[in-house]
Design a protein around this ligand. Structure first.
Ligand SMILES: Nc1ncnc2c1ncn2[C@@H]1O[C@H](COP(=O)(O)OP(=O)(O)OP(=O)(O)O)[C@@H](O)[C@H]1O
Ligand SMILES: [Mg+2]
Length: 229
């Protein structure tokens, strides 16, 4: 589904990502793991076209998107849920969803479909984004990405700072997306959550992939060692 080759990225003179090769198979979840500051968010932003690459390529379903701006990638079926959610706090829930609709290529998902996934969004429809709890904002951020019916969803730490019951709910929704054959790239530091959803994972350390494989074939203790401080 997504194929990354030789990706390099630098913020000014400081190189953040080196020689990243990554294959994301269709219809499953690929977890990107790593400690704070190793380059996970930078990698997702490169995949989405929000940051320029120093070298390398990003191919989506055989189409080279390396030079496409993010709105074109969105129209080709990529959805993005950024770290920290980036909800528009002065817009209502309904208005936040409308922003997501504008990224759709063709027909957007009906609101009812999203409200079925996240019932809280129905209850809170006319509330301002800024009045929602962190967990509610995260659900809104995921719904805002789903409204354009992406085939590939990039999620950056969706469990960060969120209470356990909402994490469970988000986990259930992500599973239902996988059942619908939506492909997921999940950046996580909550290892158990990632291992439950993902079929394969890549561990990043200092901008490089240092361990990768199918979860079923990896030793969880080895993954944990890479993530331990
Ligand atoms: N806009 C920026 N300009 C300059 N340096 C940046 C910028 N954004 C991130 N960095 C640096 O790039 C490195 C990778 O940051 P990144 O946010 O990708 O890490 P991360 O793995 O997502 O971390 P976290 O787990 O804390 O979210 C860090 O050293 C960070 O300080
Ligand atoms: Mg990050």
């Amino acid at each position: 589904m997504l194929s990354v080759r030789g990706l390099e990225q630098a913020y000014g003179g400081s190189q953040t990502l080196r020689k990243i090769d990554l294959d994301v198979p269709a219809g499953s979840c690929t977890a990107l793991l790593g400690r704070n500051g190793v380059g996970k968010t930078t990698l997702l932003r490169c995949l989405m076209g929000e940051l320029p690459l120093r070298a390398g390529s990003v191919v989506l379903d055989g189409e080279d998107v390396t030079r496409l701006p993010s709105y074109r990638r969105a129209r080709l079926g990529m959805g993005y849920v950024p770290q920290g959610r980036e909800i528009f706090s002065r817009l209502t829930v309904a208005e936040n969803l409308a922003v997501g609709e504008s990224a759709a290529n063709g027909e957007a998902a009906p609101r009812e479909e999203l409200e079925q996934l996240f019932p809280i969004l129905r209850t809170m429809r006319n509330r301002r984004g800024g009045d929602l709890s962190g967990g509610q904002q995260q659900q809104l951020a995921i719904a805002r990405a789903l409204i354009s019916r992406p085939r590939l969803l990039l999620l950056d730490e969706p469990t960060e700072g969120i209470q356990p019951s909402t994490i469970k709910e988000i986990g259930r929704v992500l599973k239902s997306l996988l059942e619908r054959r939506i492909t997921i790239v999940l950046v996580e530091q909550y290892l158990d959550f990632a291992l439950e959803l993902a079929e394969q994972c890549a561990v990043i350390s200092r901008g490089e992939i240092v361990l990768r494989g199918r979860i079923a074939e990896l030793d969880p203790a080895q993954v944990r060692r890479h993530l331990a401080l």
